[in-house]
Design a protein around this ligand. Structure first.
Ligand code: BGC
Length: 463
């Protein structure tokens, strides 16, 4: 039997499942660390290398370009090497690329290290949710998705805190390098994980799959039922690309997933994730206030995610998205107005920060987690890997566009117009939600698929 599946896992099946899920969810933490780490470093990097805003945008956004590429190869990797080996490769690259970022002594080196970091996170953000969905016991699967989202925001917050601590010495090398430590811890955790039973069955290693399932679930009846389920599912081959070319209804759901992720990114949330200290600087705060302001952004992001977790199955998807887009548009619109008028007094500064936090709350309670949930719900089974791969790719491309253009927008069109632009986009997305987005609360995935394939309008596929 393969040494990897023999890896040391806890004896008690319940404990094993929980540990497995926790380690898996740490991938969300890596996602967050990766997003958050650059915000506090850019001003020091800019000062050290004496570079323009345009070059700073490149340093920020090459990571997302790498992630888009990583998400593209991750599908191939995770089906050929397996989920576990993909996670190992992703976390190893994450640790190495973080160290390379920290050691960078030229812009070129930093750019390539950021690209590598991006590739690693692209692989991890595709593979980890897949692995989690395949390994988590049925009854905690829903909670796992929420936990994964929460971990992203916690990762961002930790990165903000660590950047703030290092900002006193101004040492950006440490800011970027230190996230190698969680990277290595994650790698060690992954080494102790079992392979996904579903993947083992997919590649014909039936005995190993059964051994892992028994260790994970314990109860022989549950093991037999799940094994039968997996085999049943595997009879439906993934024919994503073929189906995309042949089936108009599938093209609609892929298009919907892509649109959802582009909407999520063009809310402008990552403007704050990457450039919060700069925004606080433009509001008139000094260095340390900028850094602590960014930490408050991170805390708000974590806390408001609980609102989504609490409401998603009570209110449904659409009402939360309506509320979120309106709150974001209002917050950003007022920030733009304040910047237009000119922020001169302390009271105006505080009010503007409150509006920025309102925007963050609007995102974290809605589009942050919900778009990921919707994207996993709207694809038909046969094309699910392809559909989710396409929307995840779109997430990183949208993320890249936002990261690569924000400073240029500020410099060319001014602060107020840039914030108004994002406010306008959020209003547009409010309208898109009415028009195009289905309500999927309490509807089985099979029903959604039947409606989609029957040619129902996208906004009605959740009925
Ligand atoms: C988004 C990321 C974003 C994060 C902020 C995620 O759902 O995909 O781009 O940085 O939320 O919490």
């Amino acid at each position: 039997m393969n040494a990897m599946t023999e890896a040391p896992i806890a004896v008690h099946p319940k404990a094993t499942a929980v540990v497995t899920c926790l380690v898996g969810a740490l991938a969300g933490l890596m996602f967050g660390l990766d997003i958050g780490v650059i915000s506090g470093a850019t001003q020091f990097i800019q000062h050290d290398f004496g570079i323009s805003d345009r070059t700073v945008e490149h340093i920020v956004s090459w990571m997302m370009l790498g992630a888009a590429a990583g998400a593209l190869v991750a599908g191939w990797l995770s089906s050929h090497l397996g989920r576990k080996r993909s996670l190992i490769a992703g976390s190893l690259l994450f640790a190495l690329a973080s160290i390379a970022c920290g050691l960078s002594n030229s812009v070129a080196m930093l750019l390539f290290a950021r690209l590598g970091l991006g590739v690693s996170i692209g692989v991890l953000t595709f593979t980890a949710p897949l692995y989690l969905a395949e390994i988590a016991p049925e009854r905690i699967r829903g909670a796992m998705v929420s936990l994964y989202q929460l971990m992203i925001t916690i990762g961002i917050l930790i990165a903000f805190l660590s950047d703030t601590a290092f900002s006193y010495s101004g040492n950006w090398h440490w800011m970027l390098g230190i996230i190698a430590i969680p990277g290595v811890l994650f790698l060690l955790g992954v080494l102790a994980l079992p392979d996904s039973p579903r993947w083992l069955m997919m590649v014909g290693r039936h005995d190993q799959a059964m051994a892992v399932l028994s260790k994970l679930r314990g109860d022989p009846a549950v093991v037999m039922r799940e094994a039968a389920d997996i085999q049943e599912q595997l009879r439906i081959p993934q024919r994503g690309w073929h189906m995309f070319l042949q089936n108009r209804n599938f093209r609609r759901s892929v298009g919907l997933g892509v649109l959802l992720q582009i909407m999520q990114q063009l809310t402008g949330m990552n403007v704050m994730m990457y450039y919060a200290p700069r925004v606080f600087g433009n509001v008139g705060f000094g260095l340390h206030a900028q850094m602590w302001g960014t930490v408050i952004v991170g805390v708000t992001n974590v806390l408001a995610t609980f609102i989504a977790i609490g409401l998603v199955d009570r209110w449904g998807r659409k009402p939360i998205l309506y509320a979120g887009f309106l709150i974001m548009a209002t917050g950003l619109g007022i920030v733009g107005a304040m910047m237009h008028i000119g922020i001169t007094t302390h009271g105006q500064q505080i009010f503007t920060v409150a509006m920025l936090l309102m925007f963050i709350t609007g995102f974290a309670m809605s589009a942050g987690p919900l778009i990921w949930i919707l994207c996993s719900e709207v694809q038909p089974l046969k094309g699910r890997d392809f559909g989710i791969g396409a929307s995840t790719f779109a997430n990183w491309i949208g993320n890249f566009v936002v990261g690569a253009t924000f400073l240029t927008l500020l410099n060319k069109f001014g602060d107020a117009n840039t914030f108004w632009l994002y406010a306008g986009l959020n209003l547009l997305f409010f309208v898109f939600t009415i028009w195009l987005i289905p309500e999927t609360r309490g509807v089985t995935l099979e029903q959604i698929e039947r409606n989609l394939m029957a040619g129902k309008a996208l906004r009605h596929i959740g009925r």
